[in-house]
Design a protein around this ligand. Structure first.
Ligand SMILES: [Zn+2]
Length: 74
């Protein structure tokens, strides 16, 4: 990994920690004692496996160096 890519990956990890601070479903903080955030890595992605005790949403927040977006036909 070149230094620029590594720096970008580290910046992504810092941004992800902020992204996993709040529930993407209800917007409440995931920092209460009943909620759960587990951080792990897959290749160059940082993954936050989350459970929100307020709305019971669970899922992954993925922070990576690229975004894949579907483009619908007209
Ligand atoms: Zn929630």
């Amino acid at each position: 990994m070149n230094p620029d890519a590594q720096k970008s990956s580290l910046n992504g990890a810092r941004q992800g920690a902020g992204a996993a601070a709040w529930c993407p479903a209800c917007g409440r903080p995931l920092t209460d004692k009943q909620s759960l955030v587990v951080e792990y890595w897959r290749a160059d992605e940082v993954i936050y496996d989350c459970y929100c005790s307020k709305c019971e949403w669970n899922g992954e927040i993925v922070v990576g160096p690229r975004v894949v977006i579907a483009e619908y036909a007209d």
